[in-house]
Design a protein around this ligand. Structure first.
Ligand code: ADP
Length: 287
């Protein structure tokens, strides 16, 4: 049976389509706008869950931040409405799922492929930081892939605005997947946490498993606090060097987002990047 979703305010009708995925509290479906026939992604959040005040706050913060963003490597926020049961956040549809599925399928990707993906995430994060926003939960499932496998950063549920230069954030409502040592020690954190998560993403894509993974949260946190991870010998020296810089336990010494693209890991691979952007080739065609 076709399920209709109606936005009472605009009078627009949508047909609920394919299930796309489930996050911490949202379910995501394709929905078709009956007037324009356009298909978008809808993040559907049950109002039952909103009884919890912190979640209500989290979602309004997510919407307030996401709707201001306009960058080719960030999922476009389209519209937001609610009915009696749910909140609907309409987003640009990303046809090729996320880096989770890509990593599951390939296990490890090559350094050239990693360079293409990381470069686009770095572009998105540079844009966020320029606008005073820290994402705080960059992870494989929050990096979606568009029609031509272009990167689209998503999920601003833990994102925050920095009010003053040098201002440190202390509170966070939720637990980031790739949590940084300064967040763990609750000493205050800032933009550098996103560089840490980028290091975890890069490591996971190249090695096949996250750097601090263990069978228990406590052990993982203890490893993060001790900066205990292994770099496999198979990685190039430039990849190892960039990972080490991104996973520097001291946020003041960690590589700055604006300097990442100047690192030799990227400058040595410039030719492949140019070919890729000219042809928008699928990742499979690149060694
Ligand atoms: P939560 O905020 O609850 O964690 P997410 O934003 O992570 O929810 O969305 C859950 C899942 O839905 C994602 O992991 C992804 O598989 C899918 N998804 C989310 N947004 C989109 C989108 N714009 N296009 C395609 N799939 C999406």
């Amino acid at each position: 049976m076709t399920q209709m979703i109606v936005d009472q305010d605009s009078g627009l009708h949508y047909i609920k389509g394919k299930f796309l995925g489930k996050g911490g509290f949202a379910e995501c479906y394709e929905i078709i706008n009956c007037k324009t026939n356009e298909t978008v992604a809808a993040k559907i959040i049950s109002k039952h869950l909103l009884m919890k005040d912190d979640l209500k706050e989290k979602i309004s913060q997510e919407i307030a931040i996401h709707k201001t963003l306009d960058h080719k490597n960030i999922v476009k926020f389209r519209y937001y409405f609610e009915d009696d049961e749910n909140i609907y956040i309409l987003l640009e549809l990303c046809e090729n799922k996320s880096l989770v599925e890509l990593q599951k399928e390939k296990k490890r990707i090559t350094e050239s492929q990693c360079r293409i993906i990381m470069r686009q995430i770095v572009d998105a994060v540079k844009y966020l930081h320029k606008n005073g926003i820290i994402h705080r939960d960059l992870k494989l499932s929050n990096v979606l892939l568009g029609e031509n496998y272009e990167v689209k950063v998503s999920d601003f549920g833990l994102a925050t605005l920095v009010d003053l230069v040098g201002d440190k954030k202390r509170a966070i409502c939720g637990t980031p997947n790739y949590i940084s040592p300064e967040m763990l020690s609750k000493k205050g954190h800032s933009y550098e946490v996103d560089a840490w998560s980028l290091g975890c993403i890069m490591y996971t894509l190249l090695v096949g498993s996250p750097p601090f993974e263990t069978s228990s949260i406590e052990q993982t946190y203890s490893r993060i606090a001790r900066n205990a991870y292994c770099l496999p010998t198979g990685l190039s020296s430039s990849a190892k060097n960039l990972i080490t810089n991104l996973l520097n336990p001291d946020p003041s010494k960690r590589i700055k987002i604006k300097n990442i693209e100047k690192h030799e890991f990227f400058t040595n691979g410039i030719i492949v990047l140019c070919i890729f952007s000219a042809l928008t080739t699928k990742l499979d065609n690149i060694d």
